[in-house]
Ligand binder design. Structure first.
Ligand code: ZN
Length: 294
């Protein structure tokens, strides 16, 4: 859904609340987010929209409880427009851009950005890839590079005195399907194997480069390794798909020059995965909102 459509569909705070109520509680089956009881009733208040009382645990709540919107001071229309902007931004968006677009102060824009990214990141857990899988690792961070040469990007070291260290990221992608990627604390055979076990179904075809750590995967997957020193792509034996994802991730990262925010790298990776996995979904906005209550 594009920005104007969001703007038209949700012209008021009330329209956002009633939409979220319909998403969270289909068929008017509202329940208490704290104790799960259906014994709830709307409060009649003129100043605050959408308050409910729970007769079981006596909590007072609204539809935003226990979600990324909970206790927010930012109007919901801005949240909705912000989510739409973030989903649509191919190269991601800086919180400064978000602040300008939505007329938010820097702190609120940053807060919204982090919450939306965290929600996208949470939705990546439990994805299991099957079939022909390409797995690879890369290093993100440090100073933006002018060159896209692989050996330049892959070097796991700081960029000299005063340089910032790069963060290792491991990923796997199902051809024509989803991607799973994570900041890697351990790129030894054991760490790689743990990642693959969590993300790739047993018996899948696994294509990697010749990095030694992937040898640990033999016996669980049909492992095929390729040599990047060879200058040609050997039929189906390539890792072009995961390399395409790495370039998306790096464009998002370096495009924002966030090398000083290394701490937030897992959220950038999560955002890039979410967008990749919803790339063909014309209802990604609705999927995001529904996911907030899942
Ligand atoms: Zn309750």
């Amino acid at each position: 859904m594009d920005l104007f459509e969001v703007f038209e569909r949700f012209p008021t705070h009330e329209s956002c609340i009633s939409h979220l109520e319909a998403v969270r509680w289909p068929d008017d089956r509202a329940y208490c987010p704290y104790c799960g009881s259906f014994d709830v009733a709307r409060k009649v208040e003129n100043d605050r929209v959408g308050r409910w009382n729970c007769h079981a645990c006596h909590a007072s709540f609204n539809v935003l409880a226990k979600t990324i919107f909970s206790k927010t001071k930012i109007p919901l229309q801005k949240w909705f427009l912000g989510i739409s902007l973030i989903i649509d931004a191919k190269k991601s968006l800086s919180s400064e851009q978000l602040a300008r677009h939505l007329k938010l102060n820097a702190k609120s824009a940053w807060y919204m950005m982090v919450r939306v990214r965290a929600e996208m990141t949470n939705k990546q857990s439990g994805i299991m890839l099957e079939g022909i899988i390409e797995a690879d690792e890369t290093y993100v961070g440090g100073k933006p590079r002018k060159s896209n040469r692989r050996d330049d990007d892959e070097t796991p070291k700081g960029s000299g005195p005063g340089g910032t260290k790069k963060t290792p990221v491991i990923g796997a992608v199902e051809r024509g399907g989803k991607v799973v990627a994570k900041v890697a604390s351990d790129l030894t055979g054991r760490g790689v194997l743990r990642f693959l076990r969590q993300s790739v179904g047993m018996g899948s075809d696994l294509i990697t480069d010749e990095y030694r750590a992937y040898r640990a995967a033999r016996g669980i997957f049909y492992h095929h390794s390729i040599s990047h020193s060879r200058q040609y792509v050997d039929g189906d034996l390539h890792t072009n798909t995961i390399e395409g994802f790495w370039s998306l991730l790096k464009r998002a990262w370096y495009g924002q020059h966030h090398h000083y925010q290394r701490h937030y790298m897992p959220l950038y990776v999560g955002e890039a995965c979410w967008k990749y996995n919803e790339r063909n979904n014309s209802r990604a906005f609705d999927k995001f909102l529904a996911g907030c209550f899942a």
